[in-house]
Each structure stands twice: as C-alpha cells, then as structure tokens.
Design a protein around this ligand. Structure first.
Ligand SMILES: [Mg+2]
Length: 125
C-alpha cells in the first residue's frame, strides 16, 4: 500500500505520516499542494490519498475533482481533511465523491479510525 499525503503544513504531514507508520504503513509519499500531488499520481502507483482542503496552487477539492474525473485514478480512496470552520465544505466534498473525511482538530486515534474505515471499504484491511 502506497499512500500519498497532501498538505501545505509540515506539522500536519508529519502527524499523518506518523499515524500511518503506527498502523504499519511505511510507504508514504508527500506533496505540498494539489498540483504536485496530481503530477505524482500520473507517475507513481498510489493506493490511497489523504489530502488537506486549503492549500496554495491547487486546493484539495480541486484535486479531488481531478482525481475522480480521471478514470485511471477515480477508484483510489480519497480521505479529505478539512478545518472546523469549513464544515459546509463537507457537502461539496461528498458531491465530488470523497470516500472519507475528517475534521480538524483530530487526534491520531480518530485519524487511524478513518483510514481503517476507508481501507475496510475497499477490502484492504
Ligand atoms: Mg492547509
């Protein structure tokens, strides 16, 4: 399982990476915004995407729409991370076919639960 974690905030990348490592997933690629993530997706085989919403250059919702609109990438599970103040964005993300979402602030246990739920959904856990 190779994970792609997308966030413009280093601390968040580290938290998500540590959570994945604790769950036994060590193959983690990171990107700082949606455009960089999409470039990686066109070159590498990625099994799971975890993306922040607010990022420069290309946001998480733009990345989600691009991924779900690309037949070769559409089936990759997509977990969206949104801030408390952006709750209304969840509807938008669901309409754009997000697989799971988590609202900041969250702890490692909550994140682990969301990742496991998404993995169960695709039969990978
Ligand atoms: Mg951000």
């Amino acid at each position: 399982m190779r994970f792609l974690v997308v966030d413009d905030f280093d601390t968040m990348l580290r938290i998500i990476k540590n959570t994945l490592n604790d769950l036994g997933y060590t193959d983690v690629i990171t990107a700082r915004h949606g455009e960089q993530a999409f470039q990686i997706l066109t070159k590498e085989k990625i099994d799971f995407i975890i993306s922040d919403w607010n990022m420069p250059v290309m946001t998480g919702i733009e990345l989600l729409r691009k991924v779900k609109g690309t037949p070769a990438l559409a089936k990759i599970p997509f977990l969206m991370v949104t801030a408390e103040a952006e709750k209304e964005h969840i509807v938008e993300a669901i309409q754009a076919k997000v697989d799971q979402y988590i609202i900041k602030p969250f702890n490692q246990e909550m994140l682990a639960q969301k990742i496991n739920q998404a993995l169960h959904k695709i039969g990978k856990a």
